[in-house]
Design a binder for this molecule. Structure first.
Ligand code: SF4
Length: 317
């Protein structure tokens, strides 16, 4: 009986991450007390789930196994993941399914916009899987989604969290022409760890993407995020902060890496809440207008209230 369950679990993993199936197992460490989250439940949570399902949408909240889903969905905050549920990259930290995705769904931008209106979101985060198979990496689909949200909910601010559009010239220009309120692209980790953690990405391409977004819309906001716990040092994180400031990035998020399965990148250690506070203080001293750093911080966690604070900070400045 046990053998059957183990085999089923192996099959399920192989199906979701075929490229990781033959990797050695890395033990998953027990979470410390400060990483405890509410179980997903309640009427508001179910309403959010119903709206997502009715519109045939994917969310990064579910696909990445985000620990904050109980809290966020109770507040009707769901982060839409467009262009399917299958990613063409194979990052070692990420739980999103990998493989060859299907064709783009031309009705998706309008369905995202309808769901945003039904959820009553004042600020929405739209992200996507990597679509290296598309000539523009999905830039036009991002732009169409921004435009559809603006048509249906003109008062809603839109934040996009995009892939790096590696080897897709002209893509960032297409996205920025649609004028997202916030352009977000995560560096995820320090450059030394890119080969293991983001093997398909290049640190300086990601950094340049953020810089280019700011050049194209200088009064827009740019944002990036890092995970800690993959083996990086504090000094390396400080260097990344300096690089991001040099690229004009306004807002930095830092959260704890949580290893999704035994086949993913091994967790080096849990950073303590006090260490996160110290990182936040350092980042603020380096000039970021907004910083969110805590074990459970994710790119889109509290993105609505953080965006309000970001705008207020710029006004004060
Ligand atoms: S933090 Fe972001 S990804 Fe996670 S549940 Fe909340 S909205 Fe979704």
């Amino acid at each position: 009986m046990t053998t059957v369950i183990d085999q089923a679990e192996r099959d399920r993993r192989a199906l979701r991450h075929p490229e990781k199936a033959n990797r050695p197992d890395n033990p998953v460490l027990r979470k410390p007390d400060w990483i405890r989250v509410k179980a997903p439940m309640g009427r508001e949570y179910s309403q959010t789930e119903t709206i997502v399902r009715e519109h045939g949408l994917h969310t990064v909240c579910e696909e990445a196994g985000c620990p904050n889903i109980g809290e966020c969905w109770t507040h009707r905050h769901a982060t839409m993941m467009i262009m399917g549920d299958t990613c063409t990259r194979a990052c070692a930290f990420c739980n999103v399914k990998t493989g060859l995705p299907g064709a783009l769904d031309g009705g998706e931008p309008d369905r995202v916009a309808e769901a945003v209106a039904k959820l009553g979101l004042k600020h929405v985060v739209v992200t996507s899987v990597d679509r290296d198979d598309l000539p523009d990496g999905g830039a036009k689909h991002f732009a169409e989604t921004i435009q559809a949200i603006r048509r249906q909910s003109p008062g809603t601010t839109v934040e996009v969290l995009t892939p790096d559009f590696l080897r897709k010239p002209g893509s960032i220009e297409i996205v920025m022409e649609a004028r997202p309120d916030v352009f977000n692209h995560n560096l995820e980790t320090v450059p030394r760890l890119y080969l293991n953690v983001r093997p398909g990405a290049r640190y300086f391409v990601s950094l340049r993407l953020l810089e280019r977004a700011k050049e194209l819309v200088p009064d827009g906001f740019t944002k990036s995020g890092l995970m800690v716990g993959l083996g990086e040092s504090r000094e390396e994180i400080m260097q990344v902060m300096d690089d991001l400031r040099a690229a004009g990035v306004d807002y930095l998020t830092i959260g704890q890496y949580l290893q999704p399965t035994r086949k993913h990148a091994p967790l080096d250690r849990f950073w303590s809440p006090d260490e996160f506070k110290a990182l936040e203080a350092t980042a603020r001293a380096k000039g970021f207008q907004m910083v969110s750093a805590s074990p459970l911080t994710r790119s889109s966690y509290h993105a609505d209230s953080d965006f309000a604070q970001l705008k207020a900070a710029r006004t004060r400045a």
